[in-house]
Design a protein around this ligand. Structure first.
Ligand code: T5A
Length: 220
């Protein structure tokens, strides 16, 4: 796979209710102000086929989805997203902002489901080759706060939790811990934002990080 490109690849991560949607908007507006063309995507999803896989993963099915099937579905959707959305956009010089990417698989399928890091790494190598985000924003929120936000939103919109949102608190605690461990391990790429704060304060943190981490792209 040829990975040469002159775009910027940013992923946004965090547990349910961390505030990824508003962070995506803040990052998009910040980059647009710099005159950069933006492609936004999400995982699972981002292309027609990947969105169909998303439906399969998140909906409630009569048949139980085995955790290895779930892992493979996330990577199948990601492969479509990489080849038909992310790489073409990066090669055309766009900034790609992804609502979740590879770190979500380690956090949820390793931390949450208990699949080994080695198993996930094999699929990571196969599907991503050497593609990785230039910057990953980890919106870190306590499980209690994240879940309370999700509950409020669901009540307002009269929505039922999806298949993964209905997991127990322990599951999300393990997911959050795995995200934090990855942030420590890959501290050159993953930056933690304290997402327990007000939206205004979260946005301030984001803008500071973007100025610091992306200055090299605008230094010419
Ligand atoms: N998954 C995904 C895996 O298991 N493995 C993988 O490899 C991948 C890619 C995807 C699901 O799949 C799993 C993870 C997920 O369970 P999703 O829709 O992408 O689903 O992810 P969700 O986390 O479910 O998305 P949410 O919409 O629930 O989370 P967000 O985007 O973080 O939430 P957001 O921004 O809409 O905020 C939620 C509510 O909180 C409020 C917002 O206004 C909103 O009402 N809020 C705040 N309120 C006060 N202060 C703040 N700072 C706030 N920030 C947000």
């Amino acid at each position: 796979m040829q990975l040469t490109h002159n775009g910027i690849f940013i992923s946004v991560e965090g547990i349910e209710g961390a505030g990824k949607s508003s962070a995506m908007l803040t990052i998009t507006n910040w980059l647009k102000d710099k005159g950069i063309s933006i492609t936004t995507t999400r995982e699972p999803g981002g292309t027609k086929i990947a969105e169909e896989i998303r439906q399969l993963i998140l909906s409630h099915n009569e048949e139980n989805i085995h955790f290895i099937t779930e892992l493979l579905l996330f990577f199948a959707a990601r492969s479509q997203n990489i080849h038909n959305c992310i790489l073409p956009a990066l090669k055309s010089g766009n900034a790609v902002i992804a609502d979740r990417f590879i770190d979500a698989t380690f956090a949820y399928q390793q931390g949450g489901r208990g699949i080994s890091e080695e198993t996930i790494s094999i699929l990571e190598k196969l599907v991503l080759n050497d593609l990785k985000p230039d910057l990953t924003i980890l919106l870190d929120v306590t499980v209690d706060t994240g879940m309370a936000r999700i509950k409020n939103r669901a009540e307002l919109n009269k929505q039922q939790p999806d298949r993964i949102e209905q997991e127990k608190l322990d599951f999300f605690t393990n997911v959050r811990n795995c995200y934090l461990q990855r942030a420590e391990k890959f501290n050159d790429r993953i930056v933690i934002v304290d997402a327990n704060q007000s939206l205004q304060d979260v946005n301030k943190q984001l803008e500071t990080i973007l100025s610091k981490k992306l200055s090299k792209y605008f230094a010419k």
